[in-house]
Design a protein around this ligand. Structure first.
Ligand code: LLP
Length: 440
């Protein structure tokens, strides 16, 4: 986060609240979220995209992707910062409803939405439903007709771009479950299917999302080009003017000193320039309004996870060198990303300064699996000891939201810090919470 400092005693402080206080008051492990950092990233996306796309498409709307991390407080901040919200389940939508998030500023995603979810969305008058299959187009038309409303629809298109990211989070190549293929004509057929229900469906535009944790903009620009070409073809073929174009999310964040993600302003400028060139080339006026859906790039850097060190063990490797295994009181239940995607994180000793030499270390969790790694490769002072605190950086996205109760481990709380004040926004789970589900 922006507001993290380490004082001369080595104590890490998040916007005025130090690690000792956080650990004492809230326990460990705990996710600690810098509210101001979250808000300023949200605002940076909002303003940069509005500025860069103003002259190109009359502006751009930013939807925060709640799958990265969502709770009531975050939904309120997103609303206050003037962003829209992207939800991908009835559960995420329920959070939005609970805080009265304006329905018109919500987009509903999902490749297998249930009838109940579609009804929930229509009853709450969500602004956009991104449809993902022919089955869903018919279902949504039925649900909307039944309720006497007209659903605003975006069509998810598979643009055939190989995003340079982990296989599990790349979503725009052909052989995966999302979207209508551009290559085999499915997208065109889906347009016809939507237009066949003029009373219950209104086609607002096309959508593409090529993957997540993507560092360079070439994939986004290529996807935008293909989407814009299809947009032009559809307008021409059907004599319509689709008013919107959604470029999805997926903007990467830094997890090591070698990563250098673009700032929201640079990203917005590059994308706007690419979009402008393509519209210019096709001469397709008037242009649709653009939207994007960043999740990770807004919430990822805002959060650290604070752990307490337990056991420490030196292991001799095949080449005779030593690796120090430092076990902490959480692990793959609160951050599955190293095990699932081979994701790299960085960490620091958060409670004191040490003059001891640095040793090669691996921070591991408390779970019954050797793949339960928190930080694969790091250096920590050789005098690291039980009771020390370790802070792992940039754990705001897809850590709490992908967390589990593996080994009957209650989930950590989320503590929001702002201007020297810390408060729990998601409470720690208890073993009683877990046992309460066990009714056999
Ligand atoms: N829009 C759509 C349609 C998406 O599917 C996603 C992410 C986003 C936006 C937001 O992407 P972001 O800006 O956060 O990268 N669990 C994986 C990431 C899965 C992303 C799923 N979809 C991980 O931990 O890396």
């Amino acid at each position: 986060p922006q507001n993290v400092t380490q004082d001369e005693r080595g104590c890490l402080t998040v916007d005025g609240v130090d690690a000792h206080t956080l650990a004492r008051e809230f326990g460990t492990p705990a996710y600690v979220l810098d509210e101001q950092d979250f808000r300023s990233r949200a605002a940076a996306f909002r303003d940069s995209f509005a500025t860069a796309f103003g002259p190109v498409t009359g502006g751009a709307d930013v939807y925060y992707a709640g799958k990265a991390f969502l709770c009531s407080a975050v939904a309120r901040w997103v609303q206050e910062e003037g962003l829209g919200l992207d939800v991908c389940s009835g559960g995420e939508l329920a959070v939005a409803q609970r805080v009265g998030f304006p329905g018109g500023r919500i987009t509903l995603h999902g490749n297998n939405k249930s009838v109940a979810e579609l009804r929930q969305a229509m009853e709450y008058a969500v602004g956009r439903v991104v449809v993902d299959s022919l089955t869903e187009i018919d279902l949504l038309a039925c649900v909307a007709a039944d309720l006497g409303v007209r659903a605003q629809v975006l069509l998810r298109v598979t643009v055939g771009v190989e995003a340079h990211t982990h296989e599990f989070i790349a979503t725009a190549h052909e052989d995966q479950k999302f979207g209508f293929s551009l290559a085999d004509g499915s997208a065109q057929r889906a347009v016809e299917a939507v237009l066949a229900h003029p009373d219950s469906l209104e086609l607002r535009g096309l959508h593409s999302h090529i993957g997540s944790q993507i560092m360079d903009t070439t994939g986004f620009e290529l996807a935008a080009q293909r989407l814009i070409q299809l947009h032009g073809q559809i307008n021409q073929a059907h004599g319509i003017r689709l008013p919107e174009l959604d470029l999805g999310g997926g903007f990467g964040i830094a997890h090591s000193p070698d990563d250098s993600p673009l700032t929201p302003a640079e990203l917005a400028r590059q994308l706007a320039a690419g979009v402008d060139r393509e519209f210019e080339r096709l001469g397709d006026d008037p242009r649709p309004r653009v939207s994007i859906e960043p999740g990770r790039a807004i919430v990822g850097p805002s959060t650290i996870t604070l752990y307490e060190v337990g056991t420490i063990k030196d292991v001799t490797l095949e080449d005779g060198s030593t690796r120090t295994y430092v076990s902490v009181d959480g692990g793959m239940s609160d951050n599955i990303r190293p095990a699932l995607y081979g994701a790299d994180y960085t960490c620091v000793l958060a409670n004191r300064v040490s003059d001891a030499a640095l040793v090669r270390a691996r921070v591991v969790g408390r779970h019954c699996e050797s793949g339960d790694i928190v930080v694969r490769d790091t250096e920590l002072p050789s005098d690291i000891a039980p009771g020390d605190l370790i802070a792992v950086a940039a754990t705001g996205a897809y850590c709490r939201s992908l967390s589990s109760q593996y080994n009957h481990t209650p989930r950590p709380p989320v503590v929001a810090v702002r201007g020297g004040q810390a408060r729990v926004i998601v409470r720690r789970e208890t073993i009683e919470d877990i046992l309460a589900l066990d009714v056999g």
